[in-house]
Ligand binder design. Sequence first.
Ligand SMILES: [Zn+2]
Length: 290
Amino acid sequence: MISVKKQIRMLAALSVAAVMAFGCRAPEGGLQNSQQASSLKKGMADAAKRSIVIYDMHVHPRNGLTPEMAIEREKSTGIKVAVIANHGRGWNIDNDEKLLAFLEKMKKPTVDGKHLLVGVQVNDRDWPSRISPKVLEKFDYVLADALIMKNDDGSFTKLWKVNNIENPQKWMEKFFAHNMKILDEPITIFSNPTYLPKCLANQYDELWTDERIEALVKKAVEKGIVLEIQAQCRFQANPRFMQIAKKHGAKFSFASNNKGTEEVCLDSWFEAIRLGDLNGADVWTPPPRN
Ligand SMILES: [Zn+2]
């Protein structure tokens, strides 16, 4: 039997760990921290009631975050973690050798005797010819987003760095086509669906029309590609997106997309779950750990 005192101590440690790992930024600490811990607890309880197992498929072990720390997060929050490597030109990992070295490091620690799931986030559109099939098959999943777009002159734009777009409607036509093209790639998860650069975020309804959302979702469903609900950008915590995606039978995954060891607010996951009225069957089941 665990004493009541010990139980209280364990609970306190658990809620602090939950905030440390996954709560919103809370510079004032104290009250705000406990509010965030309670919103995480509420969200997890709601997910459990809906038979949803929360698996964060987008944890980057970088800037101080180790796979061992990711496992600690899982133990303290109940949110299962899978770790992912950015791959592509200009990234730290840009060839097979480096991918294999990453994999070896990530597969070292174990959770209940099993290894973490490890994915590749592909950033080049010609990635299928840049990662050898033998290396790729060692990974558990492939994730891609639409945040790097090719320009007419062949150069690439990182959309999170864009501050001004002259003609949003015209740009959107190109961006939409770019999204649809990515869904032709052999990926497992489409990350951050219906993204927009910051400068256009307030035009979501005009740019991501029902028709565009529907076409994107239908193609993902047809190809068996999972749609990610991301904590950072909140584009999926949108009633139109969630309802259209649910209606067409989309499968969802969850993502914190951390920069390092910082706290990431996960409220938008739970908001998206409520908006789509999701249950366990709507959420993608990753392959088992081994
Ligand atoms: Zn990422």
